[in-house]
Design a binder for this molecule. Structure first.
Ligand code: NAG
Ligand code: NAG
Ligand code: NAG
Ligand code: NAG
Length: 350
């Protein structure tokens, strides 16, 4: 029974395929015939311009349809969940604002970050402010997730939700909206950290060794892992593929790697202002680099081992001597954190 049905299906499929092939061949033959015999009269009897209008219209359509990764910016995206007064807390103007990029569904990741490096009171005497920046969930999950997000925010008061779809290719918009929040509600913050959620961060090292609260103010300061002499990947198979329609030049300016970089508050404001005059691209770290280039500001090198863009196996003392390591999942963070927090006088940090 099964066998014969399968045979029947196969037969039908083959028959259909053969039939389609036949139609295609005959169609092409007929087409060719009519075209070759009618070529002259067809063109000459067309109303003037008629034969030209079709390809022209196609071209117009092509130029008017934006590339799917093109970003609408500047644009008045709303803050859907926000905290206008977060910066005016009793502890005074913050030293460091952490803008942590997460997706709406990353509830567990945010919780792990709050319990580990995102803890605002980890560095004594220094006011740190944490905000998770996220966009809109995929429509399919929107209703349920939105209710959960609002509950999460009631409990922790640290979500900044912006009104566009949260996708990888909209990450630049999330970073820019984080800076817009800063410009509007926290313009006197000393430093802004843009950080991804899949990293290990050592806030003490970042604050004491890299940012140095007791040093002189550095209005043009930005640092991280600095990429130089890179350019767009033109093979669509790569995650960071850059279509020439979106970025034509074959070099990127120097830029700080996306997993984590710092800008002084005043530089962040100027980056935001110049961002509104440039064509935004979806690689947010490269785009910030383009803004810096336009401002004539170069990233300041940190010690070469302070911001690691590759994974490094956890080791207590080594991790006390750096600011950031890329590729740490929340489970690993929770696992290593108690050991990392243990006071160990055998490490020489500075
Ligand atoms: C944050 O760090 C402080 C100081 O180390 C600690 O007392 C507090 O329990 C931590 N908070 C969380 C949520 O882990
Ligand atoms: C970015 O967000 C906009 C607004 O929600 C959405 O229409 C667009 O599809 C998103 N772009 C990408 C590339 O995901
Ligand atoms: C910061 O950089 C700008 C160039 O964009 C320059 O005009 C300004 O003098 C610099 N400020 C300091 C304090 O170096
Ligand atoms: C301190 O760190 C060193 C090197 O990582 C390690 O061998 C030692 O066991 C640690 N001591 C404590 C008390 O954690």
């Amino acid at each position: 029974m099964k066998l014969s049905r399968r045979r029947l299906v196969m037969g039908t499929l083959l028959g259909t395929a053969f039939g389609a092939l036949l139609i295609l061949l005959v169609g092409q033959f007929v087409d060719f015939q009519t075209l070759s015999s009618d070529l002259k009269p067809l063109v000459s009897t067309e109303p003037a311009g008629g034969s030209l209008s079709l390809p022209l219209r196609k071209f117009e359509w092509k130029t008017r349809t934006p590339h799917p990764w093109e970003l609408k910016y500047p644009y008045p995206y709303p803050f859907l969940v926000t905290h206008p007064n977060k910066c005016k807390g009793p502890r005074g103007a913050p030293f460091l604002l952490m803008l942590v990029m997460t997706r709406p569904q990353d509830v567990g990741i945010r919780q792990a970050i709050r319990q580990t490096w995102g803890n605002e009171t980890l560095v004594p005497g220094v006011v740190i402010l944490r905000l998770f920046v996220l966009g809109l969930p995929q429509p399919l999950f929107a209703e349920k997730l939105q209710a959960l997000l609002e509950e999460e925010d009631r409990e922790h008061g640290d979500l900044l939700q912006v009104g566009f779809l949260d996708t990888y290719h909209n990450l630049t918009l999330k970073v820019l909206m984080g800076l817009e929040w800063m410009a509007r509600y926290c313009p006197s913050v000393q430093y802004v950290l843009k950080v991804d959620s899949d990293v290990f961060l050592n806030p003490s090292f970042l604050v004491r060794q890299v940012l140095q609260p007791n040093g002189p103010p550095r209005p043009n300061f930005t640092t991280g892992y600095i990429y130089t002499n890179t350019g767009p990947l033109r093979n669509p198979a790569f995650k960071w593929y850059m279509p020439p329609e979106l970025y034509l030049q074959d070099k990127y300016p120097p830029y700080c790697g996306g997993p984590g970089y710092v800008l002084s508050g005043s530089l962040a404001l100027r980056v935001l202002a110049v961002a509104q005059t440039l064509k935004a691209i979806y690689l947010e770290d490269v785009f910030v680099g383009l803004c810096l280039q336009r401002l004539g500001v170069k990233p300041t090198p940190s010690s070469p081992e302070a911001f690691l863009m590759f994974r490094l196996q956890y080791e207590h003392c080594a991790f006390h001597r750096l600011a950031l390591v890329h590729h740490f999942q929340s489970q690993e963070l929770l696992q290593i954190w108690p050991d990392f927090q243990r006071v160990n006088r055998t490490c020489n940090v500075a």
